[in-house]
Design a protein around this ligand. Structure first.
Ligand code: ZN
Length: 303
């Protein structure tokens, strides 16, 4: 459909000029489905894969995860109205071939996400068509981690299309480690052990990412983030969701709500941060808030 593609090109150009098109989600056609023969559909997902066994298990788990993560983020299941396309390739080489041919900007990434929409749906991200792609690892937990990370991005962006990078990656890092208990319950938002180790080591070595740098990072700056920045983003979101015995959670929800309802969000959430989160530092402002955040992290136990 040349007309649709032309319209999409205009929208992509607009997004880029505003500087708010995140590097891990671009507006583009979904990955080619040729070669992915299994098509499964659940309430919120349409799975394209070439490995029937893992695909079936994966689809069921994704559906459970979606509902639990949405509830945990105080989002309705109707946050996405169209099925999320999941392209699960049977090998890394098959995934890399698609990336090389159609998405060279994602070369070297473990997974990626794209979206598209009709021009009339531009302002309503719940009507966008989201697609994620990755490959099936030998260790299913690693595959799940990639899928959960990308699905969480979609959940958040369907509500807040332009979240500040620390929120976007922090929330995705929080939920990527979700697992299913022996009783079949999805456990979300446990401490991300890799990120916890990274931030505790950084604090001890005096090289932790400063709070101000973290929360003011633009998407362009976040495109160059290291693993420590991702870990720092996780740790700040974890602090807001669990610090002071969970007493900060309502402020976190208010902040998410504020960046969701601001259609421009061109300030990277700065006004919402100043209104809902900065007051946590009291008279000490950002310095005091950073101090409490770091003390909280030092007190978290590693398993
Ligand atoms: Zn991410």
């Amino acid at each position: 459909m040349p007309a649709l593609r032309a319209a999409l090109a205009v929208l992509v150009a607009t997004g880029l000029s505003a500087g708010w098109l995140r590097p891990c989600a671009s507006q583009d056609d979904p990955p080619a489905r040729a070669g992915l023969s299994v098509h499964l559909e659940t309430r919120h997902f349409r799975l394209h894969a070439d490995l029937p066994g893992p695909s079936v298990a994966c689809a069921g788990e994704l559906e459970k995860f979606f509902l639990k993560a949405a509830a945990s983020l105080s989002l309705p299941a109707t946050v996405t109205l169209r099925p999320i396309h999941v392209h699960l390739f049977g090998s890394r080489s098959a995934f890399d071939a698609v990336v090389e041919a159609s998405y060279p900007e994602y070369r070297g990434r473990p997974a990626f996400m794209v979206f598209r929409h009709e021009p009339a749906a531009a302002a309503d991200a719940s009507r966008w068509e989201w697609s994620i792609a990755t490959w099936c690892r030998d260790n299913p937990a690693e595959t799940r981690r990639e899928l959960y990370h990308e699905v969480t991005h979609i959940l958040l962006r369907a509500r807040a299309p332009r979240p500040p990078p620390w929120l976007d990656e922090g929330v995705a890092e929080c939920f990527e480690t979700a697992c299913v208990s022996a009783a079949g319950e999805v456990l979300c938002d446990e401490a991300n052990e890799l990120d916890l180790a990274a931030v505790q080591d950084a604090i001890q070595a005096g090289r932790m990412v400063p709070l101000r740098a973290l929360v003011t990072a633009t998407p362009a700056e976040a495109a160059r983030w290291t693993d420590l920045h991702y870990a720092a983003a996780w740790s700040f979101v974890h602090f807001l969701r669990h610090g002071r015995g969970g007493g900060l959670r309502h402020l976190f929800d208010l902040f998410v709500e504020a960046v969701s309802t601001d259609p421009a969000a061109a300030d990277g959430g700065a006004a919402a941060f100043a209104k809902h989160l900065l007051p946590l530092g009291g008279a000490g402002g950002a310095t005091a808030l950073q101090g409490e955040w770091l003390e909280y992290l030092k007190g978290l136990g590693r398993r």
